[in-house]
Design a protein around this ligand. Structure first.
Ligand code: FES
Length: 263
């Protein structure tokens, strides 16, 4: 287009709720600025639908800054779209070209049932976190920054694990719908630090048990999760979690039970 704006065709998954069957619907997105974010483009399409008296497309979002993990969307076969290491809210329309057809689907996993259209229920992640993703400490007054010495390399590694925003792209990318990358990041961020040691063995068992209960698949090391993660969480977290899990099962059951009994 002469003014640089784009005309696009969208094939969007529409589904009333988890019980009904969904289908693709086709929409035109016209006069779209390349500087718009993907979510802003959907806002424009929704404004048009509302003006026509049609039901707007339902999709998740909150911060729109790549922080909260609420945005999702499987775009042209990739969670968060075709670009590496960004979330859907950080994806700009200049990543597409004028006249392109864009296919937009929800995360597809049994443990993430569709709420409506492109929004899925990710509360299974919350339940995994609630099962053990915390430290039980009496925080008291603010502790001096250097009171607990932690080697920089360990602090950096723990921080990298903690950057997981729990968006669920790893599950959506995985052919087994495995949540191992997410769970291992949440286990690792605490298992590497001194503050995480008292509950280290009970935590990993509780979080893995909850993950299994939620119906996520098993990891078969395809690496799709790491390739598609917007925060570049590494699969070394999965190795670390497996190591801790088997260590807890084989050698630490007794201390784990004692710890649980004392709670
Ligand atoms: S809306 Fe918060 S990470 Fe995208």
């Amino acid at each position: 287009m002469s003014n640089g704006n784009m005309n696009l065709t969208l094939k969007v998954w529409r589904q009333k709720n988890a019980e009904t069957k969904g289908a693709f619907a086709t929409y035109k997105a016209e006069g779209i600025s390349p500087d718009m974010s993907f979510l802003e483009m959907l806002d424009v399409v929704n404004e048009g639908l509302i003006l026509k008296g049609d039901e707007p497309i339902n999709f998740d979002h909150d911060c729109r800054e790549g922080i909260c993990g609420m945005c999702s969307l499987y775009i042209n076969g990739h969670p968060h779209g075709p670009k590496n290491a960004i979330t859907t809210c950080q994806l700009h329309m200049r990543s597409f070209h004028d006249g392109e057809t864009i296919v937009i689907e929800p995360w597809r996993a049994a443990a993430f049932p569709v709420i409506k259209d492109l929004a899925v229920d990710r509360s299974s992640f919350d339940r995994i976190q609630q099962a053990g993703g915390f430290v039980s400490v009496n925080t008291g007054v603010t502790v001096d920054a250097n009171e607990i010495p932690i080697p920089k390399v360990i602090a950096d590694e723990a921080f990298n694990s903690a950057t997981c925003i729990g968006c669920g792209a790893c599950v959506a990318a995985c052919k087994n719908a495995s949540a191992m990358l997410f769970v291992s990041a949440k286990v690792s961020q605490l298992a590497m630090l001194p503050q995480g040691q008292p509950e280290r063995w009970s935590r990993v068992q509780a979080m893995v048990a909850q993950m299994d209960e939620e119906g996520f698949g098993n990891c078969t090391n395809t690496g799709a999760c790491e390739a598609e993660c917007p925060k570049e969480i590494k699969m070394t977290n999965i190795s670390r979690m497996n190591n801790d899990y088997f260590s807890a099962k084989l050698f630490r059951e007794e201390s784990t039970h004692e710890h649980a009994a004392g709670e």
